[in-house]
Ligand binder design. Structure first.
Ligand code: ATP
Length: 284
């Protein structure tokens, strides 16, 4: 039997860092939603007790460093499964981009193996397992739109945002999430994006209010260290995107666009100096 799972990318409509905790993690408040740019994970039972992972992407690890591999190992150990699995990962989400590609692959592996091995785990149990693999994995298991608190694993599902186009542009640089959080210094007088403001915009289904409420405090770090990210942001605004923000710790920048007629100009303008540009829909 073959099983397929879609592993969509996420964007942060809002990302705020509250404080650094004693355990080294940062306490965050985020509003996350999924977009229609996805990896695809194929799973098949292996006749021997082994995890094998292949991918068409030449630039990601295929051993125990891969999050899908780690997910399989964790679920096997925790539930004493002595069966093997063959994964093929069709990688579409740019890597180390701030789009949680690896976390979404791990989530897809947990969801899929729960089905393949008929473990009967609930969504809550899968989310708890996911939290052991990474802060964004529980959200990737649940999907939809949610407020994420704690280190990102404490979730509250909310209504989907107003539907729109999302233009994603990733400059050709790799940004380490740990590095960005490490450099982030919360200081007094810093402006914080407003969670109530974004929730109100979503409740009213007001596209304009959602664009106005976008905010990510990590931009202060990444835009400072990488001028090309700032350049993409400015370019998207000039080309007419209605709301523009960096996702996660970057470097991907997304633009929210209401009118389809604007897309060609924005896409072509960005492609002039950025190779990785995607036009997708929100997964509402
Ligand atoms: P986040 O938004 O959660 O910080 P990201 O989008 O910035 O994540 P990923 O694409 O998940 O970053 O990859 C980060 C690192 O994890 C890369 O250096 C990559 O080598 C490693 N990695 C492990 N498993 C995977 C996977 N399945 N897909 C992509 N990268 C993976």
């Amino acid at each position: 039997m073959k099983i397929y799972e879609k592993a969509p990318a996420k964007i942060n409509l809002l990302l705020d860092v509250i404080r650094k905790r004693d355990d080294g993690y940062h306490e965050v408040e985020m509003i996350m939603t999924m977009v229609d740019l996805a990896d695809r994970l194929e799973m098949e039972e292996l006749p021997r007790d082994q995890i094998v992972l292949t991918s068409q992407a030449g630039f990601i690890p295929l051993d125990e460093k891969n999050l899908a591999f780690q997910a399989a190992r964790l679920i096997k150990e925790r539930y004493s499964v002595s069966r093997g699995v063959y994964f093929h990962l069709d990688k579409r989400i740019p890597v180390a981009a701030g789009l949680a590609g690896g976390s979404s692959d791990a989530a897809a592996a947990l969801r899929g193996l729960n089905r393949l091995w008929q473990l009967g785990l609930t969504l809550e149990e899968l989310e708890a397992l996911g939290a052991e693999l990474g802060s964004d994995v529980p959200f990737c298991i649940r999907g939809g739109t949610a407020i994420a608190r704690g280190r990102g694993e404490v979730l509250e599902s909310i209504a989907p945002p107003p539907q729109c186009w999302v233009v994603l542009a990733k400059p050709p640089i790799n940004v380490s999430t740990a590095d960005v959080y490490g450099k982030f210094k919360a200081h007094e007088g810093q402006s914080h994006p407003s969670i109530p403001g974004m929730l109100d915009a979503i409740r009213r289904q007001s596209f304009q209010a959602m664009c106005d409420a976008l905010g990510n405090v990590l931009e202060t770090v990444t835009l400072h260290s990488y001028p090309e990210v700032r350049q993409i942001k400015e370019c998207m605004v000039k080309l007419g995107a209605d709301g523009v923000l960096m996702s996660g710790s970057g470097p991907t920048v997304f633009g929210l666009v209401a009118k389809e007629t604007k897309l060609a100009r924005i896409y072509n303008g960005l492609r002039g100096f950025c190779k990785e540009v995607y036009v997708v829909r929100m997964l509402t």
